[in-house]
Design a protein around this ligand. Structure first.
Ligand code: PBG
Length: 333
């Protein structure tokens, strides 16, 4: 023991920026970040989202510009959400070959691959595989005559949607509707259609969260009511592990926990038992809260952005979906 009585001085490793950089356990890298993007059919100008300052509903043209920016920034991927001009009960535009999401995927595929040198990486093209952006009732599935979400009838729609997305050039389809059996159903459909190489990112532990609020504006959601019969109860951690195990058994290539910030315990637990990459989605409400507090001068926005995403990685995420992906990539390059 030293004369001062202090056994060890951890502050030594915090003394300089260089020392802090050397010993940092968690680093943000553009390749670990995925940018979610919204594209809406029929727009002539991008539409700013009031509840997500800095984010927009893209036109087909501005979407491609954003995809190019993601490529230039070295992002790991982009996740596309489509908003059709017309919604209906079965979400028929979700798997229409010329539906907005399929058109956007084809245009993005071309932009991502244009002039690619041999061996050069380009962001992975991901698509949301869910009906809520396409249905007039706003639910993630089709409904029975009594208005309940029909699990097995919805699976048929998801399978068709996944194949349409793969045909349009998606590298990854991402079932986010929390229907039982969705991963196995989609895997079968993709394999049967000749898309054995298309990956599935399963939204495994997806909670019925208030933090999706701004997203509902982003996709012009028509939902009244809630998603509590299919999305998980925020009270349940163990059940999230069970959901992840089921998705792994069904052939998920990656598993996701969503939202991120209020489920870091679930994220850590999934990361500890998963032998596939673990993804976390920092959702619209997490984005909106930091933007709002930052705009009011209540917190240091930029530091809060970095701290929030660093915390998600530290908790076990290999990959983070965040609306700040481009901005963070610019900072950490
Ligand atoms: C479902 C889906 C949602 C989000 C991503 N995929 C909405 C929901 O489940 O209600 C939310 C993402 C966010 O809030 O940023 N297609």
């Amino acid at each position: 023991m030293s004369t001062s009585g202090i056994v060890y001085r951890p502050r030594r490793l915090r003394a300089t920026p260089g020392m802090r950089r050397l010993v940092a356990e968690t680093r943000l890298h553009p390749a670990d970040l995925v940018l979610p993007l919204f594209v809406k059919e029929g727009l002539t100008e991008p539409v700013p989202l009031a509840s997500m300052p800095g984010q927009v509903q893209h036109t087909e043209e501005s979407l491609v510009d954003a995809v190019r920016a993601a490529r230039d920034a070295g992002l790991g991927g982009v996740m596309l959400f489509g908003i059709p001009a017309v919604k209906d009960g079965s979400g028929s535009q979700a798997d229409a070959p010329d539906g907005i999401l399929q058109r956007a995927l084809r245009a993005s595929r071309a932009a991502l691959d244009e002039g690619l040198a041999p061996g050069e990486a380009t962001p992975v093209l991901m698509a949301d595989t869910c009906l809520d952006e396409f249905t007039d009732h706003g639910h993630c599935g089709v409904l029975t005559s009594t208005g309940a979400v029909d699990n097995d009838a919805t699976l048929i729609r998801y399978a068709s949607m996944a194949v349409a997305q793969a045909k349009a050039g998606a590298d990854v389809v991402s079932p986010s509707g929390m229907m039982d059996g969705q991963v196995a159903m989609i895997r079968d459909a993709l394999d049967d259609a000749g898309f054995a190489d298309t990956s599935i990112l399963a939204y495994s532990a997806k909670y019925a969260s208030a933090f999706y609020g701004p997203f509902r504006e982003a996709v012009d959601s028509e939902l009244t009511g809630d998603r509590k019969t299919y999305q998980m109860d925020p009270a349940n951690g163990r059940e999230g592990l069970r959901e992840a195990d089921l998705d792994l058994a069904e052939g998920a290539d990656m598993v996701m926990v969503k939202p991120a910030g209020t489920y870091l315990d679930v994220l850590r637990a999934v990361a500890d038992r998963s032998d596939v990459p673990v993804v976390a989605y920092q959702v619209s409400g997490e984005y909106a809260m930091i933007e709002a507090a930052g705009a009011n001068g209540w917190i240091d926005r930029d530091r809060a952005v970095l701290e929030s995403v660093t915390g998600i990685k530290r908790a076990g995420a290999d990959v983070v979906l965040t609306y700040w992906a481009l901005e963070i990539a610019g900072w950490v390059r």
